[in-house]
Design a protein around this ligand. Structure first.
Ligand SMILES: Cc1cc2nc3c(=O)[nH]c(=O)nc-3n(C[C@H](O)[C@H](O)[C@H](O)COP(=O)(O)OP(=O)(O)OC[C@H]3O[C@@H](n4cnc5c(N)ncnc54)[C@H](O)[C@@H]3O)c2cc1C
Length: 476
């Protein structure tokens, strides 16, 4: 693609533009299986620079892919048509902390955990808690409507966004939303940008709603010999009125992965559930923890341990925290791929869905673990395969189709928190078939030249396996 590198250098400075082979390789992939090289990587430092870059890209019809940390799991920032990758991490200023309004204004490249460190002395925090919080940026969290293990109590990123500055495809910068908790009329355009995966505009600043830092918290763990009992217990908690701040489930594959990789000695049971309650008063937290434990016992939960000691709490949660890297060490030669990896289902369907996932994996000769933020109905899976074998990719593609078919049958959704991009687009397009034309009309109205992260979401290819090169060498 013909990109005028000198013009880009004149906007952001020489040191913030690169077309070196090494950089293009690094920016050709994210945490997904996909790979495609950009023509150039540009690192803007201000909204005005973003505007100038976008005006140039729009004039020349050059694709432009906004990128935070590149931790998206479905090919979000993989530039399928080349063009410009816009690395937003230089825009990392925390501009205005307003504890009296319980909000903060930040630039889009601020990293989630850095923000929470800065907010701590003010007694407030930004509630979405993705496991990737030490790297992911606010812009990326907005792009994917990220959430995490505390969504069960605090909701997802969308629930904590009050407003934002967005550079539209024509280069205009709009201030969307407001600084108020309520806002009555008109299209909520800032909400449209949340979850739009960089396809409608480039967020340069955001106003975030904060929550008071809880003064007390307790963590617990409970074992289940039958997965179904764990699922029913989680449903019963959801219906009980108690709001745990975390309710995480790990199935036996996940338990085995952590035991194999880290020798953690977790019990050999069908499911483990980790739970947390937090609040401003100790008696309130004690009461919630007691009620949650009662419900677990009513559903045959055993071996319950609880603690409010920071070291003990870290030990209890360690298995879940270290699960993701452990999965790649489940068996020599297998890698963990994020394909059908973050479905959400109605809470009553958690156990049935995990059982179905195991059945599908067995029928297709692959290994799939299931775990996740069960309190919000979110089920993570990772497909463990030998990526050098074409047959394993074929089996995975079949398994993915079958999983998503089941998810639709039980009234679930393709992605609960990681987003769609390329890998999950075929299933998502089936799920949202009746809305695709409306989404395409919105995209066309806001980005008529289709420069902003093109061929993602509703416009992604129908076959994820061939959508781009794969990051792995497939021998046959
Ligand atoms: C180990 C691991 C654990 C994870 N755990 C979780 C989890 O618990 N919960 C969860 O929700 N996700 C999780 N994720 C997925 C991922 O980290 C999140 O989606 C995260 O929010 C992405 O942030 P990022 O800065 O890396 O964004 P990127 O991956 O760089 O971008 C994500 C999307 O947002 C768009 N985007 C980025 N910046 C902007 C901007 N300024 N304006 C407009 N669009 C923009 C991009 O174009 C892209 O479509 C995990 C990923 C990994 C690798």
């Amino acid at each position: 693609m013909d990109v005028d590198i000198e013009r880009l250098r004149s906007i952001v400075g020489d040191e913030n533009v690169s077309d070196r082979a090494f950089d293009l390789y690094v920016y050709s992939s994210d945490a997904s299986v996909h790979q495609a090289k950009p023509d150039v990587v540009v690192r803007p430092g201000t909204t005005e620079e973003v505007q100038d870059i976008v005006r140039y890209a729009n004039e020349k019809k050059i694709p432009i892919v906004p990128r935070g940390a590149g931790s998206g799991m479905s090919g979000h920032t993989v530039p399928i048509d080349g063009g410009i990758v816009l690395d937003m991490k230089r825009m990392d200023r925390i501009m205005d902390i307003k504890p009296e309004d319980v909000l903060v204004r930040v630039e889009a490249g601020v990293v989630n955990d850095d923000l929470n460190k800065a907010l701590k002395p003010f007694g407030v925090f930004f509630p979405p808690t993705p496991s990737s919080g030490n790297i992911c940026t606010i812009g990326g969290m907005i792009g994917t409507n990220a959430s995490g293990n505390r969504a069960v109590k605090y909701g997802a990123t969308r629930d904590s966004i009050m407003g934002m500055k967005v550079v539209m495809a024509n280069g205009e910068a709009l201030d969307l939303g407001s600084n108020t908790i309520v806002e009555s009329a008109g299209y909520q355009l800032h909400r449209l940008i949340v979850g739009s995966e960089g396809t409608l505009g480039i967020v340069t600043e955001a106003t975030l709603r904060l929550a008071p830092l809880p003064k007390f918290r307790m963590i617990g763990v409970v074992n289940f010999d039958r997965l179904e009992d764990a699922g029913n217990a989680i449903s019963a908690i959801a219906a009980s009125g108690v709001k745990p701040s975390m309710l995480e489930l790990m199935d036996h594959v996940a338990i085995k992965a952590v035991n194999t990789a880290l020798d953690m000695g977790l019990p050999d049971v069908e499911a483990i559930v980790m739970f947390e309650c937090n609040g401003m008063a100790k008696d309130e937290v004690d009461r919630d923890m007691e009620r949650v434990q009662e419900i677990f016992k009513e559903h045959n939960g055993s071996g319950i341990e609880v603690s409010d000691d920071p070291k003990e709490m870290a030990r209890i949660y360690a298995g879940r925290k270290k699960l993701f890297p452990s999965l790649s060490r489940y068996k020599e030669g297998l890698v963990s791929t994020s394909l059908a990896d973050d479905m959400a289902v109605p809470i009553s369907q958690i156990a049935a869905t995990i059982q179905k996932i195991h059945e599908i994996a067995e029928n297709n000769g692959i290994i799939m673990s299931a775990y996740g933020h069960a309190g919000s109905g979110l089920i993570h899976t990772k497909i463990l395969i030998d990526p050098s074998q074409q047959s394993q990719w074929d089996a995975s593609a079949k398994a993915v189709d079958e999983v998503y078919k089941f998810i639709r049958e039980v009234g679930g959704t393709t992605s609960g928190e990681h987003g769609i991009a390329l890998s999950k687009a075929p299933a998502w397009k089936e799920e949202k078939a009746d809305q695709l034309e409306t989404m395409r009309a919105i995209k066309k109205a806001l980005d008529p030249n289709n420069i902003l992260n093109p061929h993602k979401l509703q416009d992604a290819p129908d076959d994820w396996v061939t959508a781009t090169d794969l990051r792995y060498k497939v021998r046959g």
